[in-house]
Ligand binder design. Structure first.
Ligand SMILES: NC(=O)C1=CN([C@@H]2O[C@H](COP(=O)(O)OP(=O)(O)OC[C@H]3O[C@@H](n4cnc5c(N)ncnc54)[C@H](O)[C@@H]3O)[C@@H](O)[C@H]2O)C=CC1
Ligand SMILES: O=C([O-])CC(=O)C(=O)O
Length: 329
């Protein structure tokens, strides 16, 4: 192992997602076998004992890439010098709730964590928000961290992206590796817009390969957008291993780059591209390299797509206004 260690903070580390995420991070799934990982794990005080048990299990794996583990309930300490912060800790929704219903319960977590990151994280920190409602929680953290460039905040729509890839592969009898340039636009919520009109399957336009607008509008989009609820219905708990996997995929793509000829979906601070109001944390198609992202420009947007992109932006505007009202931004 030659490279210097990367310090990764995970919040909500004793939770469901944490239980999948930590072991993958520790095993080198993020940056490979040559980069040692220092885990900095944040929990609320009553969960620290359970977290100690998880750390015992991490020890018992004897991962060659795991350099050190620190746990605690003080974000000012845990975020000290971190290069990557994965903000997972937040209450999950239960059956019958929309993710936006969690705003008042979870929003306040992200003011304090935004401030602590602002004051203590490393200069190169990247912050990925998984805890719901992810886009608006990222907005809250970003707004409370004025010294960290806005480009360093992102919310997770990679799980939606992965879900869309899988649905499309099944429908067309292709492999996920054949699918490129799929996009999730907007909010990680039921209003998100999974867009295959610019996607390619084996180099051909995906919507043309599908050849069935009815399936796209009435089956594909709602299946992807409602997948989280379907998992809660089936499992009795919200998705965890897939969310952890997507959290790692998103961070890896951000830090190591998108492949030539493809892009990823990331919810990032809008610069007004595609007429999405500036400052919203909105999922766009992005390319990444050297730890920076760029919104893919120049895609043609038809009336069907425009309506869906605007509807999910409108929901984010309402969430933004609600957290403003709560004094969180
Ligand atoms: N963006 C996405 O694609 C997805 C997001 N999620 C969201 O991720 C979040 C976590 O989900 P689970 O792990 O299943 O929940 P969980 O309830 O199993 O774990 C959450 C953990 O966060 C901790 N926590 C609460 N407040 C905290 C704070 N202030 N600081 C540090 N830790 C804190 C809790 O003690 C708990 O251990 C939920 O909000 C869930 O809705 C879940 C799946 C996908
Ligand atoms: O649906 C939920 O509440 C959990 C989540 O965000 C997902 O599975 O996409």
């Amino acid at each position: 192992m030659s490279t210097s260690p990367v310090k990764v903070a995970v919040t909500g580390a004793a939770g469901q997602i944490g239980y999948s995420l930590l072991f993958r991070l520790a095993s080198g799934a993020l940056l490979g076998p040559d980069t040692p990982v220092q885990l900095r794990l944040l929990e609320i005080t009553p969960a620290l004992k359970a977290l100690e048990g998880v750390v015992m299990e991490l020890d018992d794996c004897a991962f060659p890439t795991l350099d050190s583990v620190e746990i605690g309930d003080d974000p000012n300490h845990i975020f000290d010098g971190v290069n990557l912060a994965l903000l997972v800790g937040a209450r999950p929704r239960t059956k019958g709730m929309e993710r936006g219903d969690l705003l008042s319960a979870n929003g306040a977590i992200f003011t304090g964590q935004g401030k602590a990151l602002n004051d203590h994280a490393a200069d190169d920190v990247r912050i990925g928000v998984t805890g719901n409602p992810a886009n608006t929680n990222a907005l809250i953290a970003m707004s409370n961290a004025p010294d960290i460039p806005r480009e360093r905040f992102s919310a997770l729509t990679r799980l939606d992206h992965n879900r869309a890839m899988s649905q499309l592969a099944t429908k067309t009898g292709s492999k996920v590796t054949d699918i490129k340039k799929l996009t999730i636009w907007g909010n990680h919520s039921a209003t998100q817009y999974p867009d295959i009109f610019h996607a390619e399957i084996g180099g051909q336009n995906a919507a043309e390969v599908v050849g069935d607008q009815g399936w796209i509008a009435d089956t594909f989009i709602p299946t992807v957008a409602q997948r989280g609820a379907a998992i809660i219905e089936a499992r009795g708990a919200s998705s965890a291993a897939s969310a952890a996997s997507a959290t790692i995929d998103a961070a890896r793509t951000w830090l190591t780059g998108t492949p030539e000829g493809d892009w990823a979906s990331m919810a990032v601070c809008s610069d007004g591209s595609y007429d999405i109001p500036e400052g919203l944390i909105y999922s766009f198609p992005v390319t990444t390299s050297n730890g920076e992202w760029q919104i893919v420009q120049g895609l043609e947007i038809d009336e069907f797509s425009r309506g869906k992109m605007d509807a999910t932006a409108q929901e984010l505007i309402e969430e933004r206004d609600a957290v403003k009202e709560l004094g969180l931004i």
